[in-house]
Design a protein around this ligand. Sequence first.
Ligand code: SF4
Length: 417
Amino acid sequence: MSDTFVFDLPATSTAAATAASAQLDLLSLDDAGLGGFLKDIGEQPFRARQLFAWLHDKRVSSFAAMTDLSAALRTKLAERAVLLRPLVEDVRVAADGTRKYQLKTHDGHVIESVWIPHASGPSHHALCISSQVGCAMGCTFCATASLKLTRHLSAGEIIGQVYAVLDDLAANLPVDPPLPPSKMRFRYDPEPDAAADVDADDVKMGRPKRRIQNIVYMGMGEPLHNIVNVIASINLLTHDKGLGLSPRRITVSTSGVVSALGRLGQETGVHLAISLNATTNEVRKEIMPVTRRWSLEQLLEACRAFPAERRRRLTFEYVLLKDINDTDIDARRLVQLLKPFRKEEDGKVNLIPFNAHPLSPFGRPDDERVEAFRRILDKAGVACFVRTTRGLDIDAACGMLGARKLEDARKNALPII
Ligand code: SF4
């Protein structure tokens, strides 16, 4: 494994400037940004409210559709700005109703989003979205890692995935598929009581039920490596003139970019999921190179410093890799590592039996091993769930479609995009 550290990369650029275009990406701008843009092109800043509603409430994908703006203004907008919303290229539907989207960015890169319907109804449906094209973090069990990092996604491209999937659902799946009741909790589920709170908030604010009520930054990329655009996208998703999602409905997952954790905690009210996956620095360094920069101890210390209310819902993801991190000794060490969180009644563990794929040397532990691991945590009083794997038949593991495309391209010497 190379010693060049993954963070020796250009810093995240500002939200709107990420687009490889001389024109401004309006979908990445908040209302103040839109006001500034309108002023710059000689228009009244108050039009920002109208423009914001077209972009984030009505969610149109062209200036031509903004029918209450004058034709002259629409022409001017089309000359000076762009809407860089990713386009749905392919949808694969799994037997359990999960829909895996392959989307193309304006410059031809493939990213992925996964819509996960839940038997309890729309208030539990979730969308897993990407934050980068590829990923720099190099986790050895992850298919996306083989793609390496191409670039960060802009805030507009991040929320554009949500809008594109909502449009696809409205056009192609007007009614939810019949889903068998789920006995197992899985990682995208909000706590039932928290879901009830949020539903009450929605009713109070007159928000309609939507087909996506939970957003999980757990697709391609390391969200905290693209912290500026990820925070900008969260602000847009939670904006009351847009989708108006509660931050409690948003979870950001990280491999452990400790330097950005504080900023996420201070500037947003989202939940945090830590992809932990090992109980010693030695093993974690092997499977998650980010550990060479920040040790397990530094990561857990940063989690303890996360704002209290959000820490209460902290999730530790633990991918169980056969014979690597799935022994009884690992389970006991995990209990020890998470002791401080248990005392404060913070945190829960999601055990995720590895979803084996052709690009990975790792195997999936058998069900008895998973159960033995779970029992040790459970007996020690650690809140712990085995995550049901959704959409197995469509490669719903993080980065799988992109990785398969890469593999096909390698085999057939085809261009990757
Ligand atoms: S697991 Fe997440 S952080 Fe690690 S390489 Fe994959 S996408 Fe990146």
